[in-house]
Every structure is written in C-alpha cells, then in structure tokens.
Design a protein around this ligand. Structure first.
Ligand code: NAP
Length: 214
C-alpha cells in the first residue's frame, strides 16, 4: 500500500483529500491546532495525524522519519488566506503569506521528492488557486504565493518526471470551507481530482495547473 502525506488535512479541502485517499493508501496528515475534528478524522479514516506549523518542517520530518512514513504521494494543501486591500498590505503580511503558502511547500518537496525519484515513483499535488492564475484583487499576496506554488509543481515536473514522479497543481475557485464559507465548489470535487492524479493511470499528466471553477 502506498503512503500519502496530506498537509492541512484536519479540515476543509484537506480533510476531503484524506477521506478520498484513505481507502487505498496509508495516510498521514497534518494539523496546525489540535481540535476535535483531528481525532474524529483519524477514527473515521484510519489515517494518522501529526502536528505541523509551517516554518517548523524539521520537527515534522524527524517525527515522520521515526515512524517510518515515507510519502509516495505528497499533497501540499496547508495554507492560509488573508483578505486585505492591496494598499494596506505591509511586508509582514506578505512575508507570512509567502512563508506558509510557498516556502513551506517547497521545503516539503525538497525533503520528499528526491526520495520518490530514487524509488522511481511518486505523485505531488499542490493545491493552488484561481487567484494564482488570474491575479488577485482582495488578496494580492495570496495570489502571488499561489502563482509561485503552481510554478513549484511545474518545476518539480521538469526536474523529476523522467524518474516517475509527476507533479501538478489544482487551482480551485471558491471552495466551501472555513476559509471561504460562501464557496460554491464542494471540497470533494477537489479531493476526487487529487485521488485521480495519485493513481498509476495518471502517470502521463504532469506539469499541469488544473483549474476547478464553478
Ligand atoms: N477554500 C477555498 O475557497 C480555497 C480555494 C482555492 C484554494 N484553496 C486552498 O486550499 C487549501 C486548503 O484550504 P481550505 O479552504 O481547506 O482551508 P481551511 O479550512 O482553512 O484549512 C486549512 C488547513 O491548513 C492548516 N494550516 C493553517 N495554517 C497553517 C500553518 N501556519 N501551518 C500549517 N498548517 C496550517 C489548518 O490546520 P488547523 O485545522 O489545525 O487549523 C487546516 O488543516 C489552502 O492551501 C487554500 O489556500 C482554498
């Protein structure tokens, strides 16, 4: 059975991805703050939860290594949003956004993708955003970080697809979660696409940014 690591799997899109992968994978997922949904999801799916704060990847890597979790499928989903007008954004807002939504996924990829390539098989799916494709209005820094994440997936594809590792980004519009309660796309729509990209059959799909719009 292949192993999947889903960051930010405790709720929203990530939890739907954990549910979609759990029947066919050994799933490890991360959460930021412990809440009742974390343990409930572990019980429901048989997946295992690990606490992880973006910026503290070393702790997560040590913990997963101790438990012999070697991801074959890496889902870069954890992220933050912040609605703030462009003219009021300060450097702190921008740097935090980039740290959580771009630097941390890049560190995770750097840790796990070379090992996938050495084993000859792997799947990376990054959860981007239509903002990263279209540009942002209410969240310019978010859109810029997501554009960078899309580019990370494309770059990983160029670097590693010859060694059996595909890398793609999914760019959804507004998804109904705590982040966007008025979203019109169901988290399961994104999750089923992730599950499909994680299969053997999706081995020829790589370096793509797949938009999910309502
Ligand atoms: N919802 C949308 O409309 C939408 C649209 C396009 C793309 N996306 C992207 O999809 C992904 C998931 O979004 P969502 O709507 O499911 O969000 P969500 O419901 O707010 O869940 C966010 C997840 O990320 C974790 N997280 C938050 N801050 C973190 C940090 N600093 N370090 C590590 N983990 C952290 C959270 O952990 P806790 O549960 O412990 O807080 C949670 O598991 C994000 O990357 C988001 O940008 C969302």
């Amino acid at each position: 059975m292949r192993t999947a690591l889903v960051t930010g799997g405790s709720r929203g899109i990530g939890a739907a991805i954990v549910r979609a992968l759990a029947p066919t994978h050994r799933v490890a997922f991360t959460y930021h703050d412990l809440h009742h949904r974390v343990r409930a999801l572990e019980l429901e799916t048989g997946a295992t939860a690990y606490q992880y704060r973006a910026g503290d990847e070393g702790h997560l890597f040590d913990w997963l290594s101790m438990e012999q979790v070697e991801p074959d499928v890496l889902v870069l989903n954890a992220g933050i949003a912040q609605r703030r007008g462009f003219e009021t954004l300060d450097s702190g807002d921008v740097l935090k956004m980039l740290r959580v939504n771009l630097v941390a996924p890049m560190r995770l990829a750097r840790e796990y993708v070379p090992d996938m390539a050495a084993r000859g098989w792997g799947r990376v799916v990054a959860i981007g955003s239509t903002g990263g494709v279209d540009g942002g209005v209410e969240q310019v820094h978010y859109a810029c970080a997501k554009a960078g994440l899309h580019c990370l997936a494309r770059s990983l594809s160029r670097l590693y697809s010859a060694q059996g590792v595909t890398a793609n980004a999914i760019a959804p519009g507004p998804v109904r979660t705590d982040m966007t309660p008025g979203g019109t796309i169901e988290p399961e729509a994104v999750a089923s696409l992730v599950a499909s990209l994680a299969t053997d059959g999706a081995g020829y799909i790589t370096g793509r940014v797949i938009e999910v719009r309502s």
